[in-house]
Write a protein that binds this ligand. Sequence first.
Ligand code: UD1
Ligand code: CA
Length: 458
Amino acid sequence: MSQRSCLSVILAAGEGTRMKSALPKVLHQVAGLPMVAHVVKAAEAAGASGLALVIGHGADEMRKAAARFAPKAETFEQEKRLGTAHAVIAARAAISRGYDDVLVMFGDTPLIDADALTVARRRLAEGAAVVVIGFRPPNPAGYGRLIEKDGKLTAIREEKDCSEEEKKIGFCNAGMMAVAGAHALKLLDAVGNENVKGEYYLTDIVEIASAQNLDVVATEASFESALGINNRAELAQAEAIWQQRRRHDAMLSGVTLIAPETVFFSHDTEIGADTIVEPNVWFGPGVRIASGAKIHAFSHIEGATIASNCDVGPFARLRPGADLRNKAKVGNFCEVKQAVIEDGAKVNHLTYIGDARVGAGANIGAGTITCNYDGYSKFFTDIGEGAFIGSNSSLVAPVTIGNGGYIASGSVITESVPDDALAFGRARQKTIPGKGKELRERFASAAAAKKKAAGADH
Ligand code: UD1
Ligand code: CA
């Protein structure tokens, strides 16, 4: 089958009114990735080399987004929404290039699984002209019913066109179809719009093909994989199912999730075996974690690379460009952005490290801040191997702390510090013997005098 060429036509022209959104429906995200991009991924995983995206509502925004998530996709604009068959025909130029298999998919089914598509393609390879992917939703209302006769699929009837008897059928059209490229355009062009909605239904190709004695078959996919998203409640439902699957996969691949239901992954999170993730951790896009790391509770991590045996959190925030090398440690209430924390370096408490390098084995004291921004530009802080930054220091970038450099607590460092030097950047302490007692006595007698004067007034 791998030799068979395959085009995926993804329908995404609809408005998605029920999302009540300025954003086209299929660009709403599941696991940080637009729904339609999930569909593209599934198509690619099923071997589609050609991608045709049918757009309409919000076409400009869709084109821009598609350039990011599916740069290889061709876009076709369906000017008027005259039905699903009409939408597929909008991609005529792609279909007529002559693919062996044409997969038709909807842009709003983000949980679609590639296996169902692969199974459908296999049936095409075995000689079917049309393969309909069916499913059994808990409530079939609203879906097209698969009408079978003598074990053969003969038609798909849209709910609105169903008889009372047909409405009782539980086996429904999930929306995805695989059509032999050799027949696709001929079948689509034969579709008319004589139905209750006056639309050109893709589903009509089933009846047309079976009337021509072509082989038409139905396969079955899980309900979840065909879940179509129409509003934000369903979007949240899809997110929940996606997260549940991902957590399960993570655990089976050797990651410990102490409270899996509280850990949120992104579509591209990579996480190695023997990593332990404590409760309430959020992974945004672009996170890669090697093996044996510990991610403590309430950490928020995006765009970060975490090497083996690192320790992160609790309450750590790793932002894009955070790059923790082996055994680095970023502790509670620390924020790291665009910075390398080299092997074994420690950033343990209440610190901001941005646009910086922290050398191997360096120790960053509590409350250290890299002052990387002057309101206009960002500047770099370079902290050498084995340096020690005393608590509550401000490192005003651009600045370099040499290897083994030692910064006194509470310093404001504005000039670079050579290797192994000690730098103070604060006023020297002055201690006056007895002065504390003297002050206390003066303040106490002033307060007593005030109280007496107030009493005399009454
Ligand atoms: C469709 C199927 C139905 C199936 C259901 C599964 C048809 C006729 N019906 O019904 O059998 O059970 O999906 O969810 O195919 N679109 C366009 N242009 C159009 C019309 C639709 O791009 O002119 C896109 C929509 O944006 C959407 C998809 O096609 O992504 C499906 O269209 P929709 O109108 O939602 O079809 P359903 O009535 O749900
Ligand atoms: Ca729909």
